[in-house]
Every structure is written in structure tokens, then in C-alpha cells.
Design a protein around this ligand. Structure first.
Ligand SMILES: [Fe+2]
Ligand SMILES: [Fe+2]
Length: 350
């Protein structure tokens, strides 16, 4: 170290900085998630399909925002279209992957028709109009779908529009399902998003000492502004001071507002001064130092909040899968003969 260490305060101060607020928020989310850790199985037998007049189909959410198990970032749903019937036409800002569980029919996706039958799969892109039809006049058609609606909702980007055309079914008792709730939620988010504060005046920002040894405050706080999960905080380093080395999920962009100093990123020193922008990669140790012995250094940091979701999820889908053959010998099993037309189904090639 080329200069004197900053003297530590005698008594530990009470921290109320943005850092503490951020940690409290993350702890609360973890506590919420823990409620569902032991609810591994959602039984088909407990999943009641209920007729939605808006959707024109029987629907149920198995896990997700309107189910008992609030899975994130994906949810699982099931639906059944009555014989010879069809759903409403709708679109939404989340993606859907469908697996046909019974029957035969077709979907109109972005104006094009796609025929399907049991075990076919469909991908419905975000914000594309779609509608599902049951071609069989006697049997219901059903599908299971996975969507990323909870992820989109958590970023407050849920949008959904239903333009109707669902036929009435005099035999079906229509009830409020997750579908009506989901439409209402999308509308609520849309209204709420437009209702956000737009400006944070500098005179209202109050920098407070935090646990890393800097003074800091949110300037755009997701609690105050209705952002999709991004936030901006201001940090101040004392003259000749530094903050503790730390790392976090999601990279960070750090813009130097005033002062001059350097940052250790994974042990490598990077000099900076007013107007510079530093990028710190995901989960990389870093520490900021103020070189100026007379004046504080000030910077704004933007953790890649929304992108953090993508970065944090990347390890889950990268790396090779491994297996162990330490139980009964899986490769020694004798398989029954498979019929020649095992994969034929009435849907044909579409
Ligand atoms: Fe849909
Ligand atoms: Fe950081």
C-alpha cells in the first residue's frame, strides 16, 4: 500500500445505506422462496381444470404466480379445449412452450396455421397473436405449457392482451381462473408502470456510511421508481480512502463523477479519473481506492440488475452433464421391441 490506512471508527456505526437496503430485499426474496422448497410435486390429481369464459377453455396453473407453488422464473400450466371449440386470441410479453397432451387441432400463430396432435410441441414467441383450435368434434384437446411469465412479471414487463372470440359454452360453469387474474395483473402492472416517479433531485440524496467503508445512497431505487429491476446508486470514497473488496452477481458499470483513483479487479490495478467508465465482470472481486488525499471520490454504480438474471442463470445451462452407473446396470436392461409405427399419430406432418 503506498499510503496510510484510513483509521477505523471506534464504535460500529448503524448502517442504513443502499447496501443494507439491497441485502434486506434479497434476504426477503430468499425467505419467500424457502416457503416452497419442500413442495416438490404438484399432483395432476390436485390440479382442477376450470372453465375460463375469457379464454374459452378449461385452464389451471400448476406452479407459478397464481398457483400454490410460486415457481420462478418459469411456470407450468395445463389447458383443455372442449370438443370442436377454440380459445380466444391473445398475445403476451412472455414466451410459451407447449406440449400437446391429448387430441388434435391447430394453432394460428402470427397469422399462420400449424396443425398438431398428441406429443407435438409448439413455441409461441413473445408479443405474437395466437389462438388454439380443437379439430375433433367429439374429444377434448389438451396441452401442458411452460412459460417465463414469472421472470417477465418480476421485471415488471408483463403485458397481455386478449381480443376475445372465445365461444360460449352453456354446459360449462365459468369461474374466475388464473387467466382472469393474469389479465388483471398485466393491466395493473401497465397502469402502475406509467405511474412511476421520473426524477430524483440531487438535493434529496443523502449519502450514508455503509458496511464496505464508503458512503452511498440509491439515486434510482426500485422501491421508489417502478423500474424493471435496474437501479443506480452513488458511492463516495473518503479522501485517501477505499472500500472493502467485494463481489456480486451481475457485472457492474461504474461511472466516475469526480476524483481520481484506481480499482483492483481480480488483483489487477486499473487507474481512473473523472468521466471514466469501469466495467466489472460478474462475480469478480473488486475494490475501489481514492488517490486524492484532500477530496472525496464520487461514482455512480449500476449493477447489471436485469442482466444479472441472465448471467446468474448461465451457469445452470452451461457445462457438461455427468452420469454415474453405480446403481443397477442401466445399459444391461433388455428393451421390449418397439412397434414400427410407434411415433405415428393422426396429426400427420405439419
Ligand atoms: Fe398464450
Ligand atoms: Fe461492486
Amino acid at each position: 500500500m503506498e499510503r496510510e490506512r484510513v483509521r477505523q471508527p471506534e464504535a460500529r456505526p448503524a448502517f442504513t445505506s443502499h447496501y443494507e437496503a439491497m441485502n434486506k430485499r434479497m434476504e426477503a426474496e430468499l425467505e419467500e422462496d424457502k416457503k416452497y422448497w419442500d413442495k416438490a410435486v404438484t399432483k395432476a390429481a390436485d390440479t382442477k381444470l376450470v372453465f375460463s369464459a375469457r379464454r374459452g377453455a378449461r385452464v389451471a396453473m400448476m406452479t407459478g404466480m397464481f398457483a400454490a407453488v410460486k415457481s420462478k422464473p418459469l411456470d407450468g400450466r395445463v389447458a383443455q379445449i372442449l370438443p370442436g371449440s377454440h380459445t380466444s386470441t391473445h398475445k403476451h410479453s412472455y414466451e410459451t412452450m407447449m406440449f400437446i397432451t391429448e387430441g388434435m387441432g391447430y394453432s394460428i400463430v402470427g397469422g399462420k396455421r400449424y396443425n398438431w396432435a398428441e406429443r407435438d410441441c409448439l413455441y409461441i414467441p413473445p408479443n405474437v397473436w395466437h389462438q388454439h383450435w380443437n379439430r375433433d368434434a367429439d374429444k377434448p384437446a389438451g396441452y401442458f405449457s411452460i412459460t417465463n411469465a414469472p421472470l417477465i412479471q418480476s421485471m415488471r414487463l408483463l403485458e397481455m392482451e386478449d381480443i376475445g372470440d372465445a365461444p360460449e359454452h352453456p354446459d360449462e360453469k365459468a369461474e374466475e381462473t388464473y387467466y382472469e387474474q393474469e389479465l388483471a395483473k398485466a393491466q395493473e402492472i401497465l397502469n402502475d408502470r406509467a405511474d412511476t416517479p421520473i426524477i430524483r433531485k440531487w438535493r434529496t440524496v443523502n449519502l450514508k456510511l455503509n458496511e464496505r467503508g464508503a458512503k452511498s445512497s440509491y439515486v434510482i431505487d426500485p422501491n421508489m421508481f417502478k423500474t424493471g429491476g435496474i437501479d443506480m446508486a452513488m458511492n463516495m470514497l473518503p479522501p485517501g480512502g477505499y472500500m472493502m473488496s467485494h463481489r456480486h452477481g451481475g457485472g457492474a458499470l461504474i461511472y466516475i463523477v469526480e476524483g481520481k483513483g484506481y480499482t483492483l479487479i481480480d488483483g489487477v490495478k486499473h487507474e481512473w479519473e473523472k468521466g471514466d467508465l469501469i466495467w466489472v465482470s460478474h462475480w469478480c472481486w473488486h475494490q475501489h481506492f481514492n488517490r486524492d488525499l484532500e477530496n472525496p471520490a464520487v461514482y455512480i454504480r449500476n449493477v447489471e440488475g436485469t442482466w444479472a438474471l441472465k448471467n446468474l442463470m448461465a451457469p445452470l445451462v452451461s457445462g457438461a452433464a455427468e452420469h454415474r452407473n453405480d446403481g443397477p446396470d442401466a445399459l444391461g436392461i433388455v428393451w421390449p421391441e418397439e412397434g414400427e409405427h410407434a411415433h405415428d399419430h393422426p396429426g400427420g406432418e405439419d
